[in-house]
Design a protein around this ligand. Structure first.
Ligand code: NAD
Ligand code: GLY
Length: 370
């Protein structure tokens, strides 16, 4: 079934842009750039990896050429381990070879790794050229491609090197999810559930009405598009209010404070980011019950959605003192206070930095007992 294209405005002051969602719209890329008044003859560096370029770059390049653009394809290696300054240097070499100019463009065609790196390469080439995000994982569609956070990892931690660089356009073709491994799809679903809990009770209900959330096959075309649209609307609303994360944008870290600890202590790569976030959401839900800020019933409803997505919810075996030390190393710690996003009810959270180590330890003991 052909579904109509959905359009969302990201109203960031000075850098507004549109998110376009629609089945098959990969082949409209050339037309959409023309709609943005990007002149014919513009040089474009498409950055992708083989998983994505093999199935999708042909139609993409054809559309760009058909609209008078001059695309070059740069293939990088897949995976978080490649998210390094060395890969940025490779992308910059490709930009040099393609003779990109100030008015040229980079396009990220891939998941969050390709998106973050292409965004950063664009932010730093010639002191900043335009970038378009074309996300092909569920996580990148609903989260990484929107809001302008770009960057790479440093040996001291994830995403420590980076810049805010808003895209000119985000183009989402849900058809690309057909080739995405199921585990990656489920990891993206964790971020969708996050949006539902932090601010969209209607999305939460929609997810509750789905029989299963564990793969694309279990959802109708219309449902997956609505899930993506509602998630993008939430992200757009939040980043439009707080581009540089000086306030409300912190709510996007719901489940991430504990989640980052799991990723770091279990070893990066053991759990996908979304899986760690799923365990993190369960943990903060437990802490919220302990603090008396939300009801057991809401925590159970959240857990039901995570389980329906076949996401892990059980806290892994970790030394409590290591968890507390790791929490102190979180990027979001301010003057030694760990910041947690604590749910009050489905659709409402608070940003809190008043939770003591003792309270966290009590919660972790309970989680460790299962
Ligand atoms: P990813 O980019 O590593 O993609 C996951 C895997 O799926 C890769 O092997 C990739 O090659 C493959 N793939 C991608 N699309 C595919 C498709 N359509 N078909 C087949 N295979 C496909 O992982 P991700 O979860 O998309 O992104 C994670 C990254 O995003 C992390 O580096 C994280 O830091 C970053 N991130 C950034 C933001 C932000 O605001 N900038 C937000 C969240 C996450
Ligand atoms: N993924 C969190 C943010 O964009 O702020």
């Amino acid at each position: 079934m052909i579904t109509p294209t959905r359009r969302i405005q990201v109203s960031i002051p000075r850098n507004p842009y549109e998110i376009i969602i629609g089945k098959g719209i990969l082949e409209n890329i050339g037309k959409e750039l023309a709609n943005l008044a990007i002149p014919k003859g513009t040089k474009i560096l498409i950055v992708s990896n083989e998983d994505v370029a093999i199935p999708y770059s042909k139609v993409f390049v054809k559309s760009l050429k058909g609209n008078g653009y001059l695309p070059t394809l740069k293939i990088i290696q897949a995976g978080e381990s490649q998210k390094t300054p060395k890969t940025i240097a490779d992308i910059h070499d490709a930009a040099f070879s393609a003779k990109l100019e100030r008015g040229s463009l980079m396009i990220a065609l891939g998941g969050g790794v390709v998106g973050d790196m292409t965004g950063f390469a664009a932010a730093t080439w010639l002191r900043g050229i335009g970038v378009v995000q074309v996300p092909t994982t569920l996580l990148a569609m609903v989260d990484a491609s929107i809001g302008g956070k770009t960057g790479v990892n440093h040996k001291g931690g994830k995403n420590l090197i980076g810049a805010f660089h808003q895209p000119k356009l985000v183009l989402i073709d849900p058809c690309t999810l057909k080739t995405l491994p199921k585990r990656e799809f489920r990891a993206g679903m964790a971020e969708v559930i996050k949006y539902a809990v932090i601010g969209d009770p209607n999305l939460f209900k929609l997810l509750e009405e789905c029989t299963s959330l564990k793969s694309l096959d279990s959802l109708t075309d219309n449902t997956i598009e609505e899930i993506i649209e509602r998630s993008c609307l939430s992200k757009a609303r939040i980043v439009s209010q707080d581009e540089h994360e000086s306030g409300i944008r912190a709510v996007l870290n719901y489940g991430h404070t504990f989640g980052h600890t799991i990723e770091a202590l279990c070893g990066y790569g053991t759990w996908l980011h979304g899986e760690a976030v799923a365990m993190g959401m369960t943990a903060i839900g437990e802490l919220a019950i302990q603090l008396g800020s939300w009801k057991k019933d809401d925590a159970e409803r959240q857990e039901m959605l995570l389980k329906k997505s076949c996401l892990p919810t059980k806290w892994p075996i970790l030394e409590i003192k290591n968890v507390l030390t790791c929490l102190q190393g979180d990027k979001k710690v301010k003057r030694g206070k760990v910041r947690f996003i604590v749910p009050n009810r489905i659709g409402e959270v608070d940003i809190r930095d008043d939770i003591s180590d003792e309270q966290i330890a009590i919660c972790l003991k309970k989680l460790s007992k299962g």
